[in-house]
Design a protein around this ligand. Structure first.
Ligand code: UD1
Length: 322
């Protein structure tokens, strides 16, 4: 049976991948430093996940962790555009140095393949939509630069050392377990929790910016298929992972109002620094090369996500009252 390592296993995407791997009966090892990951996200795996609290910036630690591992899903990162604008050094440490450490450790341990969480932010604000993998990157924020650097390291390790790597450029992933409690949280996690609490969400800018919001199950599927695909189809390459549609923030807010039954309106604030105006993916290559088939629509994903946050809040209520 194969052994998988998930970095950032206590994060939103890492824990979702680990969940599916464990459901399929695989051996799963996970690392997290809990800077943005949460113990609750891995609590349900207790006893089944081989968990180590570690930072990917610790090269010797990563070398120990990679021993005996067949496949790595590298999801650990300091996400968020505004976080990187505020503190580019920390984003660089985790996203660039941390990624390089994983690659060195995976190479030395004879890992068969590393699948990497790359980001749609690499495309920046170029006007052509949808974004295709052969377009030139144009990163705006330090976050985008750091994630793109990681992609280049992935490709380099395939070309130079023959380590099979695949970069998946995620487009605005959302769903259950996404943290909602930080100023750097993804917009959907923030909006849904605020609206469920009857509070007001703030749209930065005019709300006409658009995103290819991608439900988590589609991203998990992409990771597993990219990991299992023939090397000739994927090794050393980068693929868009998205739904292939886009919605403006105004449309998204209106859709959430309906699902949640919220009567208020959004507030509008200044546009965010480093923000991209429009984002939408062409997912033809991922379909062609490894049969990526996103099954969960935006609307269905919103329904499932709202239902999950609702359950979390009802479960949390008695404790708060006491
Ligand atoms: C970017 C990347 C995405 C990556 C993510 C990691 C792009 C197109 N996408 O997401 O692939 O996974 O970073 O963090 O670069 N907003 C509000 N109000 C809020 C919060 C956000 O209006 O309270 C707006 C933002 O200004 C932005 C949009 O919502 O226009 C989405 O923001 P966010 O969820 O932070 O993700 P991106 O920065 O788009």
């Amino acid at each position: 049976m194969a052994t998988y390592l998930v970095t950032g296993v206590a994060g939103f995407i890492g824990s979702s991948i680990a969940h599916e791997l464990l459901r399929q009966g695989h051996n799963v090892r996970g690392v997290d430093n809990f800077i943005t990951g949460k113990k609750e996200n891995i609590a349900e795996f207790a006893g089944r996940l081989d968990f180590l609290e570690m930072d990917i910036c610790d090269l010797a630690g990563m070398q120990r962790v990679c021993r005996g591992v067949d496949y790595v899903f590298h999801e650990a990162a300091l996400a968020s555009v505004p976080r990187s604008v505020k503190d580019p050094i920390s984003s660089n440490d985790s996203n660039v140095t941390g990624t390089l450490n994983i690659l060195v450790a995976a190479r030395d341990a004879g890992v068969k393949r590393v699948v990497y969480a790359a980001s749609s932010s690499a495309y920046g604000d170029t006007p052509t939509l949808p974004k295709r993998e052969d377009m030139l990157p144009n990163p705006i924020s330090p976050y985008a630069v750091s994630k793109l650097a990681g992609e280049h390291y992935m490709a380099s390790f395939y070309r130079v050392y023959g380590l099979e790597t695949v970069s998946l450029r995620y487009f605005n992933v959302f769903g259950p377990r996404q943290a909602a409690d930080s100023p750097y949280s993804g917009v959907l996690a923030k909006f849904i929790t605020l609206m469920l609490e009857g509070r007001q969400a703030t749209i930065f800018g005019d709300g006409e910016q658009s995103r290819d919001f991608t439900y988590i199950d589609n991203v998990v599927q992409a990771n597993l298929r990219a990991c299992g695909a023939p090397a000739a189809a994927v090794a050393g390459r980068m693929f868009n992972i998205a739904l292939g549609t886009r919605f403006t923030l105004n449309q998204t807010f209106a859709a959430l109002k309906k699902i949640i039954g919220y009567n208020g309106n959004a507030a509008y604030g200044p546009e965010r620094e480093g923000d991209v105006k429009h984002s939408q993916a062409d997912i033809t290559e991922a379909r062609r090369q490894f049969g990526f088939d996103p099954k969960v629509s935006f609307e269905e994903g919103l329904d499932k996500t709202v239902a999950w946050y609702r359950t979390q809040m009802t479960q949390a209520e008695p404790a708060t009252v006491r």
